[in-house]
Write a protein that binds this ligand. Structure first.
Ligand SMILES: *[C@@H]1O[C@H](CO)[C@@H](O)[C@H](O)[C@H]1NC(C)=O
Ligand SMILES: *[C@@H]1O[C@H](CO)[C@@H](O)[C@H](O)[C@H]1NC(C)=O
Ligand SMILES: *[C@@H]1O[C@H](CO)[C@@H](O)[C@H](O)[C@H]1NC(C)=O
Ligand SMILES: *[C@@H]1O[C@H](CO)[C@@H](O)[C@H](O)[C@H]1NC(C)=O
Ligand SMILES: *[C@@H]1O[C@H](CO)[C@@H](O)[C@H](O)[C@H]1NC(C)=O
Ligand SMILES: *[C@@H]1O[C@H](CO)[C@@H](O)[C@H](O)[C@H]1NC(C)=O
Ligand SMILES: *[C@@H]1O[C@H](CO)[C@@H](O)[C@H](O)[C@H]1NC(C)=O
Length: 509
């Protein structure tokens, strides 16, 4: 079975190429918030974030919201995190800031969504972070191995079920807190941002508005050209250095040639300091591809360790390294040194593991093989990646092999819309912020234009993947501070309108 690239937190379910020789071999990219970070890195980022305190709770959730038949194991424990330190309380109608959990551990998302924590005191908000079903600890059937057993056990892993979980949980929580009248504001990044936007549209009676950060809700069907994502990754490299762009472009051919020689794979494994011998050049191609795509997502303006510990504007650093070699140097040595900035910035890695999956993100492959079909191609003219053309037939074949399911590439737009979004949402939607940074390759599938007075696009030229949701730092550039201020003002406006409709006092942040 082929290996899927499970890196998209945000978002990666898209079949992608990864191989010069067999360009038809797809793997999946997802809009990522989760990445190839090791368990060690994850623990480190937790330590840094120990200022975020919350209580961990579990809620008995229905496995299937859309049928009434009572069957065995028809519930599971959904984890959620809650902090009421800043909350004004139910009597004063304090708002509830509700994060739509995406494909991974909710505690990891919670500590990487510093924006909510930063602004909760000013708003007097209750913070609640529900985990997405089939991720983290929120496993149906008692364990991950049972939940991920096969297509039958996975069949309740859908965005619709997850949204119904979020709706059910918040309704029950509000009842328990006698907080039925408290306004709920949704937050989400990447796939979580898609969920936040969709939830606002599907459950307008439950939440007054949504901040959907880096949410590629238009990355479906043919709404945006299929080479958008890889072109944007490539542009991020090109804008740093034309030479760097070219070296990476050339490296795939070099890799292929090298791998085909006797002992080539063995030597390649040594060259790239792999922990075990590579089984094929595909493996190293996926590994490189993940690095480039993830770098584009986390090209943040200050040092950060979201997917990996990295310097400010890490693509600039990668290209500096690649460009520092003389032109006579082996192209593979150059790119190895370059991606080491991504995989080994701390200098602590003893060797590299190509299929490190510390998060059990396989759930995303299932989602990619069912609803989340995001067509992706790579055009070799404009891309650092080898040519790859999206082909639904091979995509389907792959999914049948893996899970015995056929993808439904038109379901998401049928269920949530996306085509002609401007006209549609202008008429029936309201109170959504779509925020995007144009360095983020997922921004190409995002909403980048204002749709109405209350469905607005906040776009930053130099922002990356849901940068605005991160905690404020001393190094924030002015444009980022302004973006967050604009978001706060808009959220405040939603709340005031809600309170006024209720005939209550207004609220100034
Ligand atoms: C139901 O879940 C329990 C664990 O919670 C497991 O032991 C049992 O095998 C499951 N039953 C079925 C029919 O899947
Ligand atoms: C609400 O309270 C009931 C009874 O204590 C509890 O079972 C349920 O889990 C609570 N709901 C939430 C969302 O915590
Ligand atoms: C592989 O490496 C060995 C020693 O490190 C070298 O002798 C041999 O020529 C290399 N083979 C190829 C195909 O590069
Ligand atoms: C690669 O080969 C090793 C044996 O050399 C095997 O144990 C492993 O499962 C293979 N990995 C993949 C991803 O095929
Ligand atoms: C390498 O070649 C590129 C163009 O092919 C050129 O722009 C660059 O300056 C050269 N670098 C060195 C170090 O000679
Ligand atoms: C990681 O970086 C350190 C410091 O530069 C180096 O000693 C080590 O060999 C690198 N690890 C790998 C796997 O390349
Ligand atoms: C959308 O409108 C807001 C003002 O409401 C403005 O700040 C923003 O720049 C507009 N976005 C775009 C992409 O034009």
């Amino acid at each position: 079975m082929e290996q899927l690239w499970t890196g998209f937190l945000l978002l990666s379910l898209l079949p992608m190429m990864s191989c010069v020789a067999d360009a038809g071999r797809p793997y999946f990219l997802r809009p990522r918030t989760l990445g190839e970070f090791s368990t060690l890195n994850r623990e480190k980022s937790f330590l840094q974030s120990s200022q975020y305190e919350y209580e961990t709770k579990y809620f008995t959730q229905r496995l299937d919201h859309f049928s009434f038949k009572n069957h065995k194991n028809s519930t599971f424990q959904q984890r959620y995190l809650i902090n009421d330190k800043y909350w004004l309380g139910a009597e004063r109608m304090g708002p509830i800031f509700y994060y739509c959990g995406n494909e991974g551990y909710i505690d990891w998302f919670a500590v990487n969504t510093g924006f909510m924590w930063d602004i909760a005191p000013q708003f007097g908000a209750l913070l609640v972070f529900p985990e997405h079903r089939y991720y983290g600890e929120s496993m149906p059937y008692g364990s991950q191995s049972m939940a991920y057993k096969d297509g039958d056990s996975l069949s309740y892993l859908t965005a619709e079920q997850a949204l119904a979980d979020f709706a059910t949980l918040i309704v029950d929580l509000k009842k328990n807190l006698s907080a039925e009248a408290c306004p709920v504001v949704l937050f989400g990044g990447s796939y979580g941002g898609m969920l936040a936007a969709w939830m606002r549209l599907k459950y307008p009676h439950i939440a007054i508005g949504a901040l959907a950060s880096s949410a590629p809700i238009l990355q479906f069907e043919d709404i945006v050209p299929s080479d958008t994502f890889y072109n944007l990754v490539s542009n991020d490299f090109k804008r740093e250095s034309e030479n760097c762009f070219k070296v990476i472009q050339q490296s795939w051919k070099a890799l292929e040639t090298y791998g085909e020689r006797d002992e080539g794979l063995q030597n390649l494994s040594k060259k790239f300091r792999m922990c075990r011998d590579l089984n094929s050049t595909d493996e190293i191609e996926d590994w490189l591809n993940s690095a480039y795509s993830n770098l584009a997502m986390v090209d943040y303006p200050y040092p950060a360790s979201f997917l990996m510990p990295l310097p400010a504007y890490p693509i600039k650093e990668v290209c500096k390294v690649i460009d520092s070699f003389s032109n006579g140097t082996d192209v593979l040595d150059r790119i190895f040194a370059g991606v080491s900035v991504y995989y080994n910035y701390t200098g602590e890695e003893k060797c590299f593991d190509v299929n490190d999956d510390p998060h059990g993100e396989n759930g995303w492959n299932w989602q990619a093989c069912t609803e989340m079909v995001m067509p992706m191609s790579s055009n070799p003219e404009s891309s650092i990646f080898p040519q790859f053309t999206f082909d639904i037939e091979s995509y389907t074949k792959n999914c049948l092999n893996m899970f015995g399911v056929e993808p439904r590439p038109h379901w998401i737009t049928t269920e949530f819309g996306g085509q002609d979004i401007k006209r549609v949402l202008k008429n029936y939607g309201s109170n959504i912020i779509f925020s995007n940074g144009l360095l983020d390759p997922w921004s190409g599938g995002g909403v980048l234009q204002n749709i109405s007075n209350s469905i607005v696009a906040l776009v930053t030229e130099l922002g990356a993947h849901h940068l605005d949701l991160r905690a404020a730092t001393e190094n924030d550039p002015l444009w980022l501070v302004e973006q967050r201020n604009a978001e706060m003002k808009i959220i405040n406006k939603w709340m005031n309108e809600y309170y006024q409709d209720k005939g209550i006092y207004t609220f100034e942040i």
